[in-house]
Design a protein around this ligand. Structure first.
Ligand SMILES: [Zn+2]
Length: 370
């Protein structure tokens, strides 16, 4: 009898595990999505100007290609009517080499006055935050050093801080996984510095509403750096938003979701509660394709996203997140300029004007751009 009840317990435990895995599986995002729909050039009008507010330059392994990469970017900008492009160092981690800091990028883009602006911090301050991710207290000299570094970027011409990372997935072994809470003391301090200077912070942070198994997808399996479990991170993100309402926070990559949680509904809740929150739109398919902002098959912006853009017309900008390399150089990722053009063409004209030009001009304090 005892043996029977023990095996019943084992069976019940096994069923529970199967049930939990099943629940995780139902959350598992679709992996089949690809940028596989052709866009006919005749569908694209290029008379809608926009500012592309989140991009990177790839300088090659020796870092000497930033000038040519900037020249290449200008050629594309002229083709597509991109009036201005914001370039920032990608969010970096120790041990992955230098992928470019503000001081590598800025001289390259200065050759084209008025066409580019730069953010600083992704190649230095972001590394400092992640190296100290478990520390809760920083003394005055440490904070002074952090502030000096941040303010140096601004004094040399940066228009804000980026790209920073809370949770960032690794898509290849040479691409780091990052995880730090967005209310880390140095992020809160950075928000104060940004508020003092009226400049924005650009932060990449995958949305995780509750602890979950790491999403499974072929793209993510290319890397062995990702963990098996993701911890809830939206409470920390809200703490950052609340900390200093004068700090303008750009949550990068709206419409590119890799957890299933960055929905129009979550975006609506956060935008309603946080007047200092902005979002930059990225149209590359994420792992969770249900949260894309453009339905390529139907050529429409899904109704929940369109309603969100219409209800918060001042809070969105374009940020395609492309890496520009020298012409003929290695392309790091699929290019999404055609999709972005289609998105601009699909937006109602008043929204296209705001999202394309007016919002980024205000956010980054550009004079006379629109
Ligand atoms: Zn990013």
């Amino acid at each position: 009898m005892k043996a029977l009840s023990t095996s019943f317990k084992y069976l019940a435990a096994l069923l529970l595990v199967v049930f939990i895995i099943g629940c995780m599986d139902s959350k598992k995002p679709d992996t089949k999505d690809k940028l596989d729909i052709k866009i006919n050039p005749s569908e694209l009008k290029t008379d809608i100007p926009y500012i592309d507010a989140h991009n990177h330059l790839f300088g090659g392994k020796d870092g000497r290609g930033f000038y040519e990469a900037a020249t290449h970017a200008v050629t594309i900008m002229d083709e597509l009517n991109i009036k201005k492009m914001i370039i920032m160092p990608p969010p970096q981690a120790q041990g992955f080499g230098n992928r470019g800091t503000f001081f590598d990028l800025f001289p390259a883009v200065q050759r084209y006055p008025g066409r580019f602006a730069c953010l600083g911090g992704g190649g230095s301050l972001n590394i400092m935050i992640h190296q100290n991710k478990h520390r809760k207290v920083f003394n005055r000299p440490e904070k002074n050093r952090f502030r000096q570094k941040a303010e140096l970027f601004l004094s040399k011409g940066a228009v804000g801080f980026g790209e920073f990372t809370g949770v960032h997935f690794s898509f290849a072994n040479d691409h780091p996984f990052h995880s730090v809470s967005a209310d880390h003391p140095l992020f809160l301090f950075l928000a104060d510095i940004a508020a003092d200077h009226n400049v924005p912070i650009d932060i990449h942070n995958e949305a995780v509403l509750q602890d979950m198994a790491f999403p499974s997808s072929k793209k993510l399996e290319r890397s062995r750096r990702n963990p098996s479990l993701l911890l809830e991170n939206m409470a920390g993100f809200e703490n950052l938003l609340k900390h200093n309402r004068k700090a303008k926070i750009i949550w990068a990559h709206s419409g590119w979701c890799n957890t299933g949680d960055r929905t129009a509904e979550l975006s609506r809740t956060l935008l309603s509660k946080n007047p200092n929150l902005y979002m930059s739109i990225k149209l590359r398919p994420g792992i969770a394709k249900e949260n894309k902002m453009l339905n390529l098959r139907k050529r429409i912006i899904p109704p929940q996203w369109l309603a969100l853009l219409q209800d918060f017309p001042d809070r969105f900008i374009i940020g395609t997140d492309q890496f520009y390399s020298a012409p003929g150089g290695k392309q790091l990722r699929p290019q999404t300029n055609a999709v972005t053009q289609l998105f601009m063409n699909t937006l109602p004209p008043d929204l296209a004007k705001k999202i394309g030009m007016e919002n980024p001009s205000k956010l980054f304090n550009f004079q006379g751009v629109c």
